[in-house]
Design a protein around this ligand. Structure first.
Ligand code: G1P
Length: 276
């Protein structure tokens, strides 16, 4: 069964400069929790306890975050501030964390391929922590996808409908609708021009991948923007066998943009934050 979840976290976070000059964008807090911790909690909720990060230069704060801070534990133990550590203590107790580096920025496909040493020959989840997902009254998005994997045993991408003028920001799929929320992928294009988009069904940053993706990625030439695109490799998998696309239950905030980040902050403050 699926045990591992890969987090590509090597990106620069240019849109958040100067905040991201010396701090990883994944450590930006939505209210009081770093973006990447929301993603890791979603993975752990889906019973994916082995968390693998593909990092880059300047990302050490992420490794420190998923480790014990002895000074902090010592200072705070037995005080009324201890509750502030509850969520991260829970993550550390359940998860195990491993790291590798992507030495060159050659696209999402290249980042996933860099994670092969941590994943090996087994199916795995992928979370892009810029996409913050929440499903208030039910299973998290990755849990929903793991359930589907158990049924279909093939790679699965999460999708949502986006307005036509937004399609050039995403990987876009086209396929045959099996039932309301599930498609068999027939075509996939990375960031198409709106005039050429095969639909308005956009991939968001949640994937289940079968391990043959690594071999496909090794043979995938650079695509859009000269980068090795996961979308291109998934299209190959779809042609060779099967890839499903799933319209998930819940909300997704694009925390890679300032607008989405502020929306997420307001949403989490209103719905989850308990003021003292
Ligand atoms: C990546 C993928 C794209 C996907 C998007 C979801 O793009 O390449 O297919 O739709 O994530 O957030 P990025 O946003 O990293 O440019």
């Amino acid at each position: 069964m699926i045990k591992k979840c890969l987090f590509p976290v090597a990106g620069y976070g240019t849109r958040f400069l100067p905040a991201t000059k010396s701090m990883p964008k994944e450590m930006l807090p939505v209210v009081n929790k770093p973006l990447v911790q929301y993603g890791v909690e979603e993975a752990i909720d889906a019973d994916l306890y082995e968390v693998a990060f593909v990092t880059g230069r300047g990302k050490r704060a992420i490794a420190d975050h998923f480790d014990i801070s002895y000074e902090l534990e010592h200072q705070i133990a037995g005080t009324d501030k201890e509750m502030y550590l509850d969520s991260i203590r829970n993550v550390l107790a359940k998860g195990s964390f491993s790291f590798t580096r992507q030495h060159e920025m050659k696209g999402l496909g290249h980042a996933i391929l860099s994670g092969e040493t941590l994943i090996g020959n087994e199916p795995f989840g992928v979370i892009l922590s810029d996409d913050l997902c929440v499903n208030h009254n039910g299973d998290g998005v990755l849990s929903q996808m793991v359930k589907l994997y158990k049924q279909f045993r093939c790679s699965i991408v999460a999708i949502m409908e986006v307005p036509n003028d937004q399609v050039s920001k995403y990987g876009i799929i086209a396929g045959e609708c099996m039932k309301d929320d599930l498609y068999t992928v027939e075509n996939m294009v990375e960031k198409p021009d709106p005039k050429e988009a095969p639909s308005n069904l956009a991939i968001i940053g949640r994937y289940i991948l079968t391990p043959d993706i690594f071999e496909v990625l090794r043979n995938t030439p650079p695509g859009k923007n000269g980068e090795i695109q996961l979308t291109d490799a998934l299209l190959q998998q779809a042609k060779d066998g099967c890839v499903m696309a799933y319209k998930f239950q819940g909300l997704r905030f694009d925390c890679g943009s300032i607008d989405g980040f502020v929306e997420a902050t307001n949403y989490f403050y209103k719905n989850f934050y308990e003021s003292e």
